[in-house]
Design a protein around this ligand. Structure first.
Ligand SMILES: Nc1ncnc2c1ncn2[C@@H]1O[C@H](COP(=O)(O)OP(=O)(O)OP(=O)(O)O)[C@@H](O)[C@H]1O
Ligand SMILES: [Mg+2]
Length: 333
């Protein structure tokens, strides 16, 4: 494997973020699928309240084995998914530290401890990053990484940035002790662009594009490496060689001659013009993204069948693969 895909898959942590609703989860799932198909054992981690990745990645769920709140679910050859729940990760951490499960459960279940936690802003982000660090550094019996690649369906812009900035805030305020030492390790992983990259997903519209550019600037300020912009949902081209001339001919047809109201010439012309306009708008935002980030985005088309299960994810993964190959061809020419 060579080129941009190989460059991406050499990393240990790929964080997929962007404005809400732009396709972060779909892209994280597709990237996981693509990496796994390329032979890299991949874990796709989601951080939201209710898990959606099992439905996106797994056609037939195996009967649960292990702890469903803690253990990654197999999603096909080389592919696993995990819903990272901070409360569960905290419990796991305390068990590891205290070595007594009942004691850890007692502490986490204690109302006073929970009140103390809720008063400590950022504990969820901290424990989430700690757990990710732990998974990146875990090794198998042969001393190889247990999870060579972790793709994270990270929260949207605001929450995503507070997750990524948590170590900076702590390092600015805590000078000594175990919290400082652990945060140093997490920050070293996040800010090492040979191990961690942030990928930003956007739609080709005004607000998401503006937000993407601001998000990338903030990520850079935090010292993290940025991967390419992923421009999702491109309007597929109208398969017409000379659209304007075809539309003129359609417009001149007599409504009385067409077989269905949906084929009514003004309706056909209006919907075709709408698509042409959207395609023009998308092309404009692509140019702007390329100019302002000094790199062409990876472009994914809008898929009519949607991305609501393994077939849709496989189709999006194929589009992502083609976009990466296109990038390789461009950089060779
Ligand atoms: N390229 C695409 N073609 C067709 N449908 C898509 C595409 N990308 C995403 N979708 C659909 O758009 C919707 C939003 O996508 P998704 O859930 O991945 O976005 P998100 O950024 O994770 O949203 P949220 O911020 O709510 O987590 C979903 O219904 C998804 O199936
Ligand atoms: Mg999502």
């Amino acid at each position: 494997m060579t080129g941009v895909l190989a460059e991406l898959l050499r990393r240990r942590l790929l964080l997929v973020t962007g404005k809400g609703g732009t396709g972060k989860t779909s892209v994280a799932a597709a990237l996981g699928r693509l990496a796994a198909d390329a032979g890299v054992k991949t874990l796709v981690v989601e951080l939201g309240h209710a898990p959606v990745l099992p439905d996106l990645l797994i056609a037939q769920r195996p009967r649960a084995s292990g702890n469903p709140r803690r253990d990654p679910l197999p999603a096909g050859p080389n592919l696993f998914t995990l819903h990272l729940i901070p409360e569960e990760a905290l419990l796991e951490y305390l068990e590891l530290q205290l070595r007594v499960r009942m004691l850890a459960r007692g502490i986490v279940g204690n109302a006073g401890f929970r009140r103390f936690l809720e008063a400590a802003p950022g504990w969820r982000e901290l424990i989430t990053l700690g757990k990710l660090w732990h998974m990146v550094t875990r090794e198998d019996a042969h001393g190889q990484p247990l999870w060579p690649l972790i793709v994270i369906d990270a929260p949207a812009t605001g929450h995503g940035l507070s997750l990524l900035s948590t170590p900076t805030v702590i390092l600015d305020t805590v000078r000594l002790g175990p919290l400082r030492r652990n945060t140093d390790l997490v920050q070293a992983l996040l800010t090492d662009a040979s191990r961690t990259l942030v990928l930003t997903v956007t739609l080709l519209e005004e607000l998401p594009v503006n937000e993407t550019l601001e998000l990338r600037a903030r990520v850079r300020e935090l010292g993290l490496g940025l991967g390419p912009v992923i421009a999702n949902g491109l309007e597929p081209p109208l398969a017409l060689a000379d659209a304007e001339r075809v539309l003129e001919v359609v417009a001149s047809l007599d409504s009385a001659d067409v077989p269905s109201p949906l084929a009514d010439p003004p309706t056909v012309c209006a919907s075709a013009r709408h698509r042409l306009l959207r395609a023009r708008m998308h092309a404009g935002f692509l140019t702007r993204l390329e100019r302002e980030t000094e790199a062409a985005p990876l472009v994914l088309p809008w898929l009519e069948q949607g991305v609501d299960g393994p077939d849709g994810v496989a189709a999006l993964a194929l589009c992502l693969h083609r976009a990466l190959e296109q990038r390789d061809r461009e950089s060779r020419s």
